[in-house]
Design a protein around this ligand. Structure first.
Ligand code: FMN
Length: 364
C-alpha cells in the first residue's frame, strides 16, 4: 500500500487519481477565470516571516479560547457540503477524525448525512452548524432549532452565496452535485421543509431546495431575524469589506469568517488574507475573526494569526484526505498541519499562537 501523503499538493494529486472529473473539478475548482482562487495563494507568498532567535521556546502552546471554549489548536474544519461525493462515509468520517483531534467541525446545510446523524458520531466534541439561508425563513429557523438541540455550539451563516458562483468547470463537465442527491439530508429530515412539499421525495426536495437556496434578497433585516432565533454565537462567513464588518458588530453578530469561499463565488474578489488587516482595524477586537481560503501550511496559519486572525479554517485539503483515505485521511491531514504549525511556531521564536503579531512579518 502507498503511504499517505504529507503535503496538500500530494493529497490533491492522489485525490485527482481516484475521483471522476466531475467531483474532482467541483472540489478543486474556483469560479470564473479562477483569479481569486490563485490570489488566495499568492497573498500568503507576499508576506514573509522574520523569525526571532534565542527565545527559549521549549514550552509552547497552540491553544486558544473561542466563545469561552478552550480549543487545543486554532484550526477548524470549514463547512464543505456534499462530502458524499468524495467518500461514501462523507461527513461521518470527517466528524470522527475531527472529534478525535478536538478540532471543531463546521457541518454544512447541504451535508450528505443529517446534522443529527453527524452529531451522534461526535459525542461531546465541538461542532458548529453552517446555515444556508432559505427564502422561506421558517425553514432556516427550524434548522437552527435542530442544531441547538443536537449540541452544535455556534451558527455560521454563509452570506456570500446569494447566487451560485459561475463555475466553468462544472458547466464543461455537466456536473451538479445537488442534483445527484448528495446534499439533501438536512432538508428531507426537516419538518418545516417537508411540510412545504407536495410529496416528500428526492425530486420534489431538489426542486424546493433550488427555489430556496439562492436568496439575492438577503439583507441585514434577516440578520435581525436570525439573532432572535438563537442564543448561540452567530458568525457571518464571507465578509470581505471592513464596512460590513462594522455593520455585523452593530447587528449583534458574535464573530466573522473572513473568506471568499475558497475562490468559488465572486471571481475577481480580494484574497481573504489581503482583506484581513482592514477588517481587524474596523472591528478593533470587539469580536473574534476567523479566516479561510488558501490555508495550506503551518506557515500560512502563522501569517494569518500574526495579521490578526484568532483562528483559521481549512477546506479542500481535508476533503482530499477524505477522498483518498476516509477518516484516516482526514486525521492525517489534521495531524500534519498541527505538527507543521508547532514547528513553525517554535522556529518563528514564539511560545504561543496568541502572542503572534505583525512584528514577525514583512511585506514583500
Ligand atoms: N462553504 C459553506 O459555507 N458551505 C458549504 O456547503 C460549502 N461547500 C463547499 C464545498 C466544496 C467542495 C468546497 C471546496 C468549498 C465549500 N465551501 C462551503 C467553502 C469552504 O467552507 C471554505 O470557505 C473554503 O473551502 C476555504 O478555502 P480552501 O479550500 O482554500 O481552504
Amino acid at each position: 500500500t502507498q503511504s499517505l501523503p504529507i503535503s496538500s499538493e500530494d493529497w490533491e494529486q492522489r485525490a485527482r487519481a481516484i475521483l471522476p472529473d466531475g467531483p474532482f473539478d467541483y472540489i478543486c475548482g474556483g469560479s470564473g477565470a479562477e483569479e481569486t482562487l490563485a490570489a488566495n495563494r499568492t497573498a500568503f507568498q507576499r508576506w514573509a516571516i522574520v523569525p526571532r532567535m534565542l527565545r527559549d521556546v521549549s514550552d509552547r502552546t497552540l491553544s486558544i479560547t473561542l466563545f469561552d471554549q478552550h480549543l487545543d489548536t486554532p484550526i477548524l474544519l470549514a463547512p464543505i457540503g456534499m462530502q458524499g461525493i468524495a467518500h461514501p462515509e462523507g461527513e461521518l468520517a470527517t466528524a470522527r477524525a475531527a472529534a478525535a483531534h478536538g478540532v471543531p467541525f463546521i457541518v454544512s446545510t447541504v451535508s450528505t448525512y443529517s446534522l443529527e446523524q453527524i452529531a451522534e458520531t461526535m459525542g461531546d466534541a465541538p461542532r458548529w452548524f453552517q446555515l444556508y439561508w432559505s427564502n422561506d425563513r421558517e425553514v432556516s429557523a427550524s434548522m437552527v432549532r435542530r442544531a441547538e438541540a443536537a449540541g452544535y455550539g455556534a451558527i455560521v451563516l454563509t452570506v456570500d452565496t446569494i447566487m451560485l458562483g459561475w463555475k466553468r468547470r462544472d458547466f464543461r463537465n455537466g456536473y451538479s452535485p445537488l442534483k445527484e442527491g448528495k446534499g439533501l439530508a438536512n432538508y428531507i429530515n426537516d419538518p418545516v421543509f417537508c411540510s412545504r412539499l407536495p410529496v416528500v421525495n428526492e425530486e420534489s426536495a431538489v426542486q424546493e431546495i433550488l427555489r430556496n437556496i439562492y436568496h439575492p434578497a438577503l439583507s441585514w433585516e434577516d440578520i435581525r431575524f436570525l439573532r432572535q432565533q438563537t442564543r448561540l454565537p452567530i458568525l457571518l462567513k464571507g465578509i470581505l469589506h471592513p464596512e460590513d464588518a462594522k455593520l455585523a458588530v452593530e447587528h449583534g453578530v458574535d464573530g466573522l469568517i473572513v473568506s471568499n469561499h475558497g475562490g468559488r463565488q465572486l471571481d475577481g474578489a480580494i484574497s481573504s488574507l489581503d482583506a484581513l488587516p482592514p477588517i481587524v482595524e474596523a472591528v478593533g477586537g470587539r469580536i473574534p475573526l476567523l479566516l479561510d481560503s488558501g490555508i495550506r501550511t503551518g506557515a500560512d496559519i502563522i501569517k494569518a494569526l500574526a495579521l490578526g486572525a484568532n483562528a483559521v479554517l481549512i477546506g479542500r485539503p481535508f476533503l482530499y484526505g477524505l477522498a483518498v483515505a476516509g477518516e484516516k485521511g482526514v486525521a492525517r491531514v489534521i495531524d500534519t498541519l498541527i505538527s507543521e504549525l508547532d514547528v513553525s511556531l517554535a522556529l518563528s521564536g514564539s511560545k504561543s499562537v496568541s502572542d503572534l503579531n505583525r512584528g514577525i512579518l514583512t511585506r514583500l
